[in-house]
Design a protein around this ligand. Structure first.
Ligand code: ADP
Ligand code: ADP
Ligand code: MG
Length: 503
């Protein structure tokens, strides 16, 4: 069935990104929005927009009936959920289909199986997919736990079956702490996810997080679109991603890719999904989980494969077979993504919410910025504090890193602290440059004094000046003009007033 109108049940950068592809395909778009997002670029970009409710996600973006009602009212035939919010909610996917609409994503059954880390492991076990050594199912008692611990040794991870987003994990280093940690883990899982089921996994020392993008159509064709490395994490959450990973050789890449395809087979998958693995120092890989949605870091895969993943998701939802085979896919160059969060890396990466007094995107060859903000907007306190995803693409990894540094230097954000200067630190770090790093990169190498805040402080001072100007009711807006220093490696901000520029 040809889809002619899509409702995007999300906000910010991902809503805008999905709509852009829809427009290219001649598909009309409907935005839904909360009171915090009135007039946001993604709302203006849509052909139609429907208000859901107040700012809180629980009173707007998470209201399943309201979202479906909006789709029916505007005569959209399909709903794209983006990531987060309702994207991995099997009940929502069911409700959408029951309303006679198309859910642009996997079937509810696959979301259910993969949404629980334990049922996911169970499903893939018979498909030749290596699992992290640990308990076979949920741990019911301390005796059972001791049996498992005999084979894993320490350290171990106690994980919540329903955990996600880096939450619901506890590392236990010593046997004497196990019982207490187990109790805490169960309580935490119960209160955070409404499901106290936990299991044990061997804690892999020095792991790298490597994931594979897959696409599966409704006709049994499954391909993988290679790997992404996401080992630079804070609080078990990704902040820098790249494609391809620099540690895989062709043989390992193809073995892991095949395992990822098998995971998709195991749950009868349809649509775009990501299979996450960890890789140990000996290059053994283990299945971690599958994310049954479009992933935050999907642009790096698009850059190296030339495939528009949102377009493919829409075509698959229409019932079309994949238009390419595994053999036709190849890797072109290297891509890196930096998640630009309104967070203060010098203060434990805590969110730093506020107004974007100055907001100027980088541009030029090989730079892609997926964002949802404009100068003068507030970063709302109600949602994820990600401002944008800054991606660079170049012929090789070194060039992509150098391009990222250049793009970071061009990016001007005044009003909140961001992960931009942290990104510069990563791109310049010896371990990252040589590819010799693991998921401990941030705790191992990063301390606030490593931030190059000279540029940043200049920006913040200027931001205060801008704010003062606005308060005085001045019509002009101060905008930074960057002049490269002689070395060309770092810009120095100077300030001028642009008369009558929009504020
Ligand atoms: P990904 O695995 O796609 O890179 P993350 O691991 O950072 O994304 O987060 C896991 C999921 O949880 C993502 O879909 C993300 O959008 C969602 N998420 C993270 N933080 C929040 C939040 N504060 N509110 C809503 N969704 C969130
Ligand atoms: P989430 O659902 O929160 O994304 P994951 O199981 O995907 O949970 O794990 C998130 C991160 O935690 C991984 O990228 C990795 O850094 C770390 N991690 C998870 N399992 C292990 C393990 N068994 N050993 C070492 N690190 C792990
Ligand atoms: Mg994960």
């Amino acid at each position: 069935m040809k889809i002619t109108k899509i409702l995007v049940a999300n906000r910010g950068e991902i809503a805008w990104r999905v709509m852009r592809t829809a427009k290219e395909m001649g598909i009309a778009t409907v935005a839904v929005y909360s009171d915090a997002d009135v007039g946001a670029p993604f709302v203006r970009y849509a052909d139609q927009a429907v208000r859901l409710g107040p700012a809180a996600a629980s009173e707007s973006y998470l209201l399943m009936e309201k979202v479906i009602e909006a789709a029916l009212k505007t005569k959209a035939q399909a709903i794209h959920p983006g990531y987060g919010f309702l994207s991995e909610n099997a009940e929502f996917s069911d409700m959408v289909e029951q309303a006679g609409l198309i859910f642009i994503g996997p079937r509810a059954e696959a979301i259910r199986t993969m949404g629980d880390k334990l049922s996911a492991k169970e499903a893939v076990a018979g498909f030749g997919v290596p699992l992290v050594p640990g308990s076979k199912g949920a741990i019911k008692g301390i005796e059972e736990a001791r049996e498992v611990l005999k084979s894993t040794g320490f350290p171990v991870l106690i994980k919540a079956s329903a955990g996600g987003g880096g939450k619901g994990m506890r590392i236990v280093e010593r046997e004497e702490d196990f019982e207490e940690q187990m109790e805490l883990a169960v309580n935490e899982a119960t209160s955070a996810f409404g499901n106290g089921s936990v299991f044990i996994e061997k804690y892999v020392a020095s792991p790298r997080h490597i994931e594979f993008q897959i696409l599966a159509d409704a006709h049994g064709n499954i391909v993988h679109l290679f790997d992404r490395e996401c080992s630079v994490q804070r609080r078990h959450q990704k902040v820098v991603e790249e494609a391809p990973s620099c540690v895989l050789d062709d043989a390992l890449r193809s073995a892991m890719g095949q395992a990822a395809v098998n995971v998709a087979k195991a749950c009868n998958y349809r649509g775009a999904g990501t299979v996450e693995f960890i890789l140990d120092e000996q290059h053994n890989f283990y299945f971690l989980e599958m994310n049954t949605r479009l992933q935050v870091e999907h642009p790096v895969t698009e850059l190296i494969t030339g495939v528009d993943l949102v377009r493919e998701m829409i075509c698959i939802a229409e019932g079309q077979p994949l238009s390419f085979t595994q053999e036709e896919l190849y890797i072109r160059g290297h891509a890196i993504e930096l998640r630009v969060y309104a967070e203060d890396p010098a203060n434990n990466f805590l969110p730093d919410i506020g107004k974007l007094h100055v907001y100027e995107r980088p541009d030029g060859p090989g730079v892609r910025v997926d964002d949802g903000f404009e100068q003068g907007m507030e970063v709302p306190i109600h949602y994820d504090p990600m401002i944008s995803k800054l991606c660079t693409h170049a012929s090789d990894r070194e060039a992509a890193m150098d391009r990222m540094i250049r793009a970071i230097d061009e990016y001007l954000i005044v009003g909140v602290q961001t992960t931009l200067d942290f990104g510069r630190f990563v791109m310049q770090h010896e371990a990252f440059r040589t590819g010799d790093f693991d998921t401990h990169f941030v705790p191992k190498y990063f301390t606030p004094d490593k931030l190059d805040r000279a540029l940043d402080e200049g920006q913040q001072r200027a931001g205060a000046a801008v704010a003062a100007l606005i308060q005085q009711g001045g019509k002009g807006t101060a905008v930074p003009s960057s002049e490269s220093s002689a070395s060309g490696s770092k810009s120095q901000s100077t300030w001028r007033i642009r008369r009558g520029a929009p504020s």
